[in-house]
Design a protein around this ligand. Structure first.
Ligand code: RIB
Length: 323
């Protein structure tokens, strides 16, 4: 197969609706509880597959349990290839998610099978080797992420969504072609007094960086060229998985031949739809929905398109980052 191969986590999401994200020591009464398919890797694979344009396979690990079967079924239903989805003696990953009335969330992940996955199998390496674009995150062990980067063919872009935040070893930095982070992850990785400083520091380490800014769009830096891509103002219902939708659609568009800025526009259009729906994989839009949203974006115009970093033309905005 060619197309997009997503390497990462799959979790069963247990979601409670709460008036606000609870603070330390606080007990809140939830308005409801729901279970759904999630995990950053699996969400991104579903988003890529639903975007159309490129076949998508998922490389990951689930437990030999009912949750594992449900996670596999959700991927399959979205059209994701699961031949390289391994099984583990550990329970499937679980994410405990609080979603507040304003759509924000707080997530605790129990890694389970994701965390016990220590290296790619031969079959998983072969799947990665057939990819046109490889997309990974940081919810599985770093050795697995690095193994995926090494398994790709020369010249195949390795897109790393550095979420959740953790330090990257130099060997992994050296593999990254496109780094996708939200503003918090950008600051965690790069430090810096301002977001612009963080963006510049990251751009100095990898060939291309995308920093998502939620409703305010994203910043794309390729070499010295910076493009500020406008976002779509929407009222969020649940931001869970919106960043995953962005990454999956971006990867699918890269595999279909788009440049990075155009791929980011598509990712932003899809993420703006995803935040208006509850859940993670359940919120990922169809290709038709994303196409319409992308067409509507063209009525607006991006700012600072193609500005040179050296010009100091910077206007990074800082609110509403999708996670
Ligand atoms: O990015 C959202 C995802 O993070 C959720 O689906 C949850 O499983 C955690 O992995």
């Amino acid at each position: 197969m060619s197309g997009v191969v997503v390497v990462g986590s799959a979790n069963l999401d247990v979601v409670v609706r709460v008036p606000r994200i609870p603070g330390p020591g606080e007990t809140l009464l939830a308005g409801g509880i729901a279970r759904g398919a999630g995990g950053k890797g699996a969400n991104q694979a579903v988003a890529s597959a639903r975007a159309g344009g490129a076949p998508t396979a998922f490389v990951g690990a689930v437990g030999r349990d009912d949750d594992g079967a449900a996670l596999r079924a959700s991927l399959t239903a979205a059209g994701v290839g699961v031949e390289a989805l391994g099984e583990s003696g550990e329970p499937s990953g679980t994410a405990l998610i609080s979603v507040s009335d304003d759509g924000e969330n707080a997530i605790v992940v129990v890694g389970g099978a994701n965390a016990s996955w220590d290296r790619l199998s031969d079959a998983q390496r072969a799947t990665v080797a057939a990819a046109d674009v490889v997309l990974a995150q940081l919810e599985v062990p770093l050795d697995v992420v690095l193994g995926a980067a090494h398994a790709r063919r020369p010249g195949v872009p390795f897109v790393l969504n550095a979420a959740p935040s953790r330090d990257l070893p130099p060997a992994l930095w050296a593999q990254v072609d496109v780094l996708v982070v939200n503003e918090h992850e950008a600051r965690d990785l790069a430090g810096g007094a301002s977001l612009d400083d963080a963006v510049a520091a990251l751009a100095a380490r990898v060939p291309a960086v995308v920093v998502t800014l939620g409703a305010q769009g994203c910043v794309v830096v390729e070499g010295q060229r910076r493009t500020d891509v406008l976002g779509t103002p929407v009222r969020p219902v649940d931001t869970t998985g919106a960043g995953d939708t962005f990454c999956g659609v971006l990867a699918a568009r890269l595999a279909a031949g788009d440049g990075l800025v155009e791929a980011a526009r598509w990712g932003g259009a899809a993420a703006a739809l995803a935040v208006q729906r509850p859940g993670a994989q359940s919120a990922v839009p169809t290709a038709d929905e994303t196409r319409r949203a992308r067409a509507a974006q063209d009525d607006g115009a991006d700012g600072a398109d193609g500005a040179d970093l050296a010009d100091g033309a910077r206007s990074a905005r800082t609110e509403g980052t999708p996670r």
